[in-house]
Design a protein around this ligand. Structure first.
Ligand code: 5RP
Length: 229
């Protein structure tokens, strides 16, 4: 029988929890992403919370859900300053290609996600099969922008061939705006990630290509497949 998307998300979240249980050293810190798949993952973590030294959250929503599961949340600055290892970061994606480059930020948490991913040793992406694409770009690319730079950044993004639309009524956890860029065909994700980052006023963009995933856990109707980089 075919599974619902939520059943696939729960299945991949539980597979990620098992991966953490097998690979995270006891007492180590875990990086935790944002979104509905990440929420299933946080709920699944309840069964191994005693193994965790704590978690670093990639958004305020994730922080609140971790606290609700009685998982201690540490600040990323403290983890880095104390030189604590952050062996694994687990997060979802809006799209992922065969090279494990991703579009992220549908939930608006792209900047903090990118920062936590940059510190972690490995990025484990958890997706249902609908997220796997041949070429990135059908999902509008989120770009976090300093409010006073909105019009300038939108004009520069249009020069790159996209149609930016302001995510109305939505401020990020950092107090910034999101432009969702429609109509991009992203043949070279690393190059576009770098190019967009160079526009003055851009905080971060939702291409995770320079630092893509190291392992993809992909839930389909036949089970959860593993794809390593
Ligand atoms: C949030 C993200 C999410 O990982 C992405 O939007 C996927 O979310 P979901 O698991 O709800 O489909 O990048 O900023």
């Amino acid at each position: 029988m075919s599974k619902t998307q939520d059943e696939l998300k729960r299945a991949v979240a539980e597979a990620a929890r098992d991966h953490v249980a097998e690979n995270l050293p006891a007492g180590a810190i875990l990086g935790v992403g944002t979104g509905s798949t990440a929420n299933f993952f946080i709920d699944a973590l309840a069964t191994i919370r005693d193994r965790l030294g704590g978690a670093v959250a990639s958004s305020e929503a994730t922080r609140a859900r971790l606290v609700a599961q009685a998982i201690p949340v540490l600040e990323l600055n403290e983890v880095v300053e104390r030189d604590l290892p952050l062996p694994i970061y687990v997060d979802g994606a809006d799209e992922i290609d065969a090279g494990l480059a991703m579009i992220k930020g549908g939930g608006g948490a792209l900047t903090r996600e990118k920062i936590v991913a940059a510190v972690a040793d490995t990025f484990v992406c958890v997706c249902d099969a609908s997220k796997r694409v041949a070429v990135l770009g059908s999902f509008p690319l989120p770009v976090e922008v300093i409010p006073m730079a909105r019009a300038h950044v939108a004009r520069e993004l249009a020069k790159l061939g996209g149609t930016p639309k302001l995510r109305a009524g939505d401020l990020t956890d950092n107090g910034n705006l999101i432009l969702d860029v429609h109509g991009l065909v992203i043949a070279d994700p690393v190059r576009l990630e770098v190019t967009i980052n160079q526009i003055a006023g851009v905080v971060a963009n939702g291409l995770f290509a320079q630092r893509g995933a190291d392992l993809l856990l992909l839930a389909g109707h036949a089970g959860v497949q593993r794809h390593a980089r």
